[in-house]
Design a protein around this ligand. Structure first.
Ligand SMILES: [Zn+2]
Length: 143
């Protein structure tokens, strides 16, 4: 008997719904990015005194923008997968991710089982490196 939480594949209707959601996110981020671009150009004309503070703001803006671009990439990738017909399936194990999880996070690439597995892995590897290698090798043959 499988202990895994068995989610089912998405129906056409559910896929459409999530696709709309993804498109909305895509549009939102694109609009925001455009606004940022327009507002940053006049800063080049700022005088010396203003530069220091505006650099810091730019740094923060750049970080925020990076996050947005990263997310946008995920959104685009998810939309590509909708077109391919592979959307809603886990990248790692090919099992359904589940509508509930995708509704909360339309860009989710892994099912909850794989995600948990990954996080466990991340946690343990961080832990192990902090404690240095005690000669016992990490059993991560899976990756
Ligand atoms: Zn999986």
């Amino acid at each position: 008997m499988s202990r895994r939480l068995q989610a089912r594949y998405l129906t056409k209707k559910e896929t459409e719904l999530l696709k709309k959601e993804l498109l909305k996110h895509q549009e939102e981020i694109s609009n925001k990015s455009k606004r940022v671009d327009l507002s940053t150009s006049p800063d080049d004309l700022a005088d010396e005194a203003d530069l220091a503070s505006s650099d810091m703001a730019k740094g923060m803006e750049a970080r925020q923008r990076n996050r947005e671009i990263l997310y946008l990439k995920k959104v685009i990738k998810a939309l590509e997968r909708v077109e391919e017909g592979s959307f809603g399936r886990c990248e790692a194990c090919d099992m359904p991710i589940g509508f509930g999880r995708l509704k909360a996070r339309p860009t989710a690439e892994c099912c909850i089982n794989c995600k948990e597995e990954q996080e466990k892995h991340e946690n343990t590897s961080v832990h192990k490196t902090q404690h240095k290698s005690l000669g016992r090798s990490i059993t991560n043959a899976r990756f």
